[in-house]
Structures are given as structure tokens and as C-alpha cells.
Design a protein around this ligand. Structure first.
Ligand SMILES: Cc1ncc(COP(=O)(O)O)c(C=O)c1O
Length: 379
């Protein structure tokens, strides 16, 4: 047997560590089970109506290329992309928008380019990995404040230096709860800081997002909207002022140094927004499903259900192995529920993250609630 070199020894040891803590990750193909885990909250990814709209849009643009052929700054830009950005920005009541190939790219590109050495980024402790990674790539000072805690935020704001950016998610990806956006904005303004809101899990369910719902769009410095969740597509846009867009085009490396999205992706996004305009029934159905799920589990004695009014509902099991075990039992019963393990979430908060959808039936949700109660009782 050929002995392992140092790099391979390192890899082997790290993977063994993951196995030992029950945190080993592996890819799984589509399951065909009842979907309680995807971000396709409104069923757009599987919508035949959206597919038809996309097909028609592609047919109507026969001259479009298969690939974008380059970065937006070289050969990859089109009038279609620029018009789409303007339309999406207008929909969200923003001055401008700049598309990125994913929400991850958008956050990395925004936070790595905007805050400078001597500036300050203050983010909620539950901020998404893409926000953390972007901030890490900047040379700014970085601080966390306790989740949704205004006192903790103010404590950090008092010590902020340089330009200060406060970062929150309107709906948190791992806990499903919402941020007290109005109060956070007021505090941010009091300290002359700029608020940036990631609306990845809010747009669609709250139609234009929570910022628009609360009428705060002119006071929020920038927003990140992703297309891969309720819109059922892929990609993202940073919404902001007429100054922010050219700044990002000039300085945001995950925008500059990558091949632009191809036409068919842009067409999908355009049509998803068109469908969103008439998706009130899906939004109502999703809201009904959230109410039903919470009602069925209210008062249960066996586990903590995190407080959330969004499509993301979390059952805390507090241990990687337990979360895995209950997840496996649910999948064996035909329900696709995935455990979220540490280190993705803090130790002791390992959980089942249940995503509810407009297309989930009452029977499916009732079965899930029954199973959750049964397995935790048995366990
Ligand atoms: C809050 C938040 N922001 C950004 C992203 C990244 O978006 P994308 O999946 O489009 O890369 C995610 C995805 O999980 C997210 O939950």
C-alpha cells in the first residue's frame, strides 16, 4: 500500500473527526420523498406554469446565446441583463440592482469590497456563512451581536470606528425567525451606521420582502435578494443606491472575476418575478400550512419548536446523533426532513429544519406532526 503523504494524513484525520462527532457530510441524490427540506417554499422550482413561461421567453429570444461568454465587464453583458436588473430593482422599490451568480457570491462580493480597513461590520451572531465569509475577506473590524438583541447591538455600535455597517437577515435561515427590523434600523440610524439586510428567505413569502412590507426601503443601505429560494431559480441581486451599483461593478471581485449568468438563467428569473406578481394563492396556502403545523405541535412536551412564523420551522434535538436518528426515521416514513448538525449550528442546538411549502398537503403535514411527536416520545 502506498503510504499517505502529509496532506492526505491531514484530510483523513479531519474526516475521521467528522465521523466521530456524527457531523460527517455526504451528498445524496433526490429522494422522491415528501419535500419538507427544500427552499422551494412556493413550488416555483416545480411549477409547470413557470416552465411554460420560461420556454416562451426563450422562444421569443431566439438570438440569445447558450452561454454568456465572459464576465459582465468583458463580453458577458447584455441589454437584457441590465433591463432585468432595473425591473427587479423597481419591483423592490430600490434605485438600482446588480446581479450576482448566487447569494453566496452577492454577500461575499458586497462585504469584501465595501467595508475598508478601519471600518466596522456588526452582524447578528446567526448571520449566514456567506456574510461571515465576505466580512472575513474585508480588512474591517468585525463584531457579532447577540441574536436579535438590541442592547447587545447598541453595545457594539458604541465602540464602532470608521464607517459602520450593521448586517441582519429579515428571516433567519437556520432559525426561521424574523429580525426586529424597524428597531434595528432606528438604532443603526442613531449611530449613523448603515443597515444591510439579507432577504434570502423573506422574498416571495413576504412578496417584495420585509423591508418593503415595513416601508423601510429608502432607509436601508443595501439589500441582498436571492433567486434560488422562493423564486425557484438561481442567482441573486444586491439592491442599493445609484452610487452603490457602480462601486460594486468597480470593486466587487465576485462580480468582476466570474462568467456572467447565461441567458436561460436570466429568462428564468424574469419569468419567476412575473409569476410572483400573481402568486397570492400560493402565499396564502403557505401561510395556512405554517399555521396548521404550529397548531399541531403547540403544547407538545417532547421537544422545543423554535418561535417562527416563517416557512422555516425548527425542532431542536440538541445532539447530532439524535437529530440524525429522528431524521432517518422520518425519511423511512416517506418524509424528507433533514437534520442540521453542529458545526453548521451551535453545539446543543442540533435540529431538524423543516421547510414548509405551499404544495404540502394537510395530510402530509399532519403525518409529519404525528411522527415528530411519536419518535421523540419513543426516543
Ligand atoms: C440568508 C442567506 N443568504 C445567502 C444565501 C446564499 O444564497 P445562494 O444559495 O443563492 O448562494 C443563503 C443560502 O442558504 C442564505 O440562507
Amino acid at each position: 500500500m502506498i503510504p499517505l503523504n502529509k496532506a492526505e494524513e491531514f484530510i483523513k484525520a479531519r474526516l475521521a473527526e467528522r465521523q466521530a462527532t456524527g457531523a460527517y457530510r455526504a451528498l445524496k441524490p433526490e429522494s422522491g420523498l415528501v419535500d419538507f427540506c427544500s427552499n422551494d417554499y412556493m413550488g416555483f422550482a416545480r411549477s409547470s406554469a413557470l416552465k411554460k413561461l420560461i420556454d416562451e421567453e426563450i422562444q421569443a429570444n431566439k438570438g440569445s446565446l447558450n452561454g454568456s461568454t465572459g464576465s459582465r465587464l468583458l463580453s458577458g453583458n447584455t441589454a437584457y441583463a441590465e433591463k432585468l436588473e432595473q425591473d427587479i430593482a423597481a419591483y423592490h422599490q430600490s434605485e438600482t440592482g446588480l446581479m450576482y451568480n448566487s447569494g453566496y457570491d452577492a454577500n461575499v462580493g458586497l462585504f469584501s469590497s465595501l467595508p475598508q480597513k478601519g471600518d466596522t461590520i456588526i452582524m447578528d451572531e446567526l448571520a449566514h456563512a456567506s456574510i461571515i465569509d465576505g466580512a472575513r475577506l474585508s480588512f474591517a473590524n468585525r463584531y457579532n451581536f447577540r441574536h436579535n438583541d438590541l442592547e447587545s447591538l447598541e453595545e457594539k455600535l458604541k465602540h464602532a470606528k470608521g464607517n459602520c455597517y450593521v448586517v441582519v437577515e429579515s428571516v433567519y435561515s437556520m432559525d426561521g425567525d424574523t429580525s426586529p427590523l424597524r428597531e434595528i434600523l432606528e438604532l443603526t440610524e442613531l449611530y449613523s451606521a448603515s443597515l444591510i439586510v439579507d432577504e434570502a428567505h423573506a422574498v416571495g413569502i413576504y412578496k417584495k420582502g420585509v423591508v418593503c412590507k415595513l416601508g423601510l426601503e429608502s432607509r436601508v443601505f443595501a439589500r441582498v435578494v436571492t433567486f434560488g429560494k422562493a423564486l425557484g431559480c438561481h442567482g441573486a441581486i444586491v439592491l442599493g443606491s445609484t452610487l452603490l451599483r457602480p462601486y460594486l461593478i468597480n470593486f466587487s471581485r465576485s462580480f468582476i472575476y466570474t462568467t456572467a449568468a447565461p441567458f436561460h438563467q436570466l429568462a428564468s428569473v424574469k419569468m419567476a418575478y412575473e409569476l410572483l406578481g400573481s402568486a397570492d394563492d400560493e402565499i396564502e396556502k403557505l401561510k395556512d400550512n405554517i399555521i396548521l403545523f404550529k397548531k399541531l405541535l403547540s403544547g407538545n412536551k417532547y421537544f422545543t419548536l423554535l418561535t417562527s412564523d416563517s416557512a422555516i420551522q425548527c425542532v431542536i434535538l440538541g445532539d447530532n446523533n439524535k437529530a440524525r436518528e429522528v431524521g432517518t426515521k422520518l425519511r423511512n416514513a416517506g418524509l424528507d426532513v433533514r437534520p442540521i448538525l453542529s458545526p453548521t449550528v451551535p453545539q446543543g442546538t442540533e435540529r431538524l429544519r423543516i421547510c414548509l411549502h405551499a404544495f404540502n398537503t394537510i395530510d402530509e403535514i399532519t403525518l409529519l406532526a404525528d411522527m415528530l411527536t411519536k419518535y421523540n416520545y419513543a426516543g
